[in-house]
Design a protein around this ligand. Structure first.
Ligand code: FAD
Length: 191
């Protein structure tokens, strides 16, 4: 079996297949395995040591993972079948950002959260300047979160949210505590 994508869906399928006696190969486009767990969710939320331990256990169970190998770029479905794979599971996720359609959203300096996270998590931190604004509930909260810290050097962070402040799941149990010298605000409905 070939599995395309090494996020939770691909790794779970591959792990279950290995447990049933198959020898699946996971093909991953990025240089790291884990999908959003490695390239999307920040390390303060998804500790990398735990993720790496889980992936190592999956590999030890009989799963091969080939990173840096994209279906459509480095391999094709025809080539996989010609190589002897009898089935292919597509677990490519939903990694394309959906823009809200706002005027100016494609201006220089505007960056979608998934792209921002991918670059930070893969070690290509984008230049942020001294102020930064985030939007959204889950990724906005994570992006604006003042420790972690992909926003080193940023002095002011404003999270704009259509959800109430206490509904931001990135801050369970209360307001975030900004680092010293940094202003952090959440603007949204009061309840
Ligand atoms: C900031 C953030 C916080 C989140 N917090 C939570 C949470 O608290 N709880 C929760 O349940 N979920 C959370 N999620 C959502 C969760 O990460 C996703 O639902 C989950 O990762 C989806 O798994 P997946 O395997 O379907 O896709 P993904 O994790 O996106 O993995 C797909 C993989 O396929 C690879 N791929 C794509 N195209 C190709 C190709 N052509 N060839 C080879 N490989 C390819 C991609 O590079 C990627 O590695 C969060 C997401 C983000 C971004």
């Amino acid at each position: 079996m070939a599995v395309i994508g090494s996020g939770p869906a691909g790794l779970t399928a591959a792990s279950d297949l290995a447990r049933r006696g198959f020898r699946p190969t996971v093909f991953e486009a990025l240089p790291v395995a884990g999908g959003m767990l490695a390239a999307g969710i920040p390390a303060f939320r998804m500790p990398r040591a735990a993720l790496e331990a889980d992936i190592a256990a999956i590999v030890a169970s009989g799963v091969e993972i080939r990173t840096g190998t994209a279906l459509g770029r480095d391999v094709t479905l025809d080539a996989l079948f010609a190589d002897g794979y009898e089935a292919v599971f597509l677990a490519t996720g939903a990694g394309k950002p959906v823009s809200p359609g706002l005027p100016g959203e494609d201006a220089d300096g505007v960056i979608a959260s998934l792209e921002f996270f991918r670059r930070v998590n893969l070690g290509e931190a984008p230049a942020l300047g001294k102020g930064r604004r985030s939007g959204g509930r889950r990724t906005g909260g994570h992006r604006g979160r003042p420790h972690g810290d992909p926003a080193e050097g940023v002095l002011q962070v404003i999270v704009f949210s259509r959800f109430a402040k206490n509904a931001l799941p990135a801050f369970p149990g209360g307001s975030p505590r900004p680092r010293r010298g940094r202003r952090f605000q959440v603007r949204g409905p009061s309840r």
